[in-house]
Design a protein around this ligand. Structure first.
Ligand SMILES: [Zn+2]
Length: 165
């Protein structure tokens, strides 16, 4: 399988880098506004004014406080969630790499396995040859021996180079 970059993940990580640069400012901004609302004087200006359908400044302040506080909580939660997701993903990738590393790679074809059943193998072959098969299912040397053996016997070797032989 080709080693390809995950585009979605790359775009997400670029976004994450961008967010990481501004999230602190966003959090500080929210908490600064909340601190200012906490110090709100309590509507001294309007205590004597008859309440109307419209919100008093104290009520407006309370609503704004809830909105800011909720957003600050959601921001912290989403931040934590993103961090956890990155670590969870890293663990899964590592787990997959560890599991697949335990599976031995496909062993290359060996010369000794390619010799079996060939004409006169007891004369030219070597059942212990573990060199990789490069020609006719055998190593170069045993292929040559097999070739010469057949030449001596007058066996046609012209088809040796057909694909799959
Ligand atoms: Zn060999």
């Amino acid at each position: 399988m080709n080693r390809r970059t995950d585009r979605d993940l790359t775009v997400a990580s670029l976004n994450l880098s961008h967010i990481a640069g501004s999230i602190s400012d966003a959090r500080i901004g929210l908490h600064t506004h909340l601190a200012r609302l906490d110090g709100y004087p309590g509507g001294g200006e309007r205590l004597g004014v008859t309440a109307t359908a419209e919100l008093t400044t104290v009520e407006q302040s309370a609503q704004r406080r809830i909105a800011l506080s909720t957003l600050a909580d959601e921001l912290d939660h989403a931040r934590q969630h993103a961090i956890s997701a990155v670590y969870a993903l890293a663990r899964k990738v590592e787990q997959a790499q560890r599991l697949t590393a335990q599976v031995p790679p496909e062993s290359p074809a060996l010369c000794c396995n390619g010799q079996g059943g060939k004409e006169g193998v007891v004369e030219w072959g070597d059942p212990l040859c573990v060199l990789p098969a490069v020609k006719g299912g055998m190593c170069q040397m045993h292929y040559q021996r097999w070739y010469r053996h057949r030449q001596e016997l007058g066996i046609d070797t012209s088809r040796d180079f057909q694909p799959g032989v």
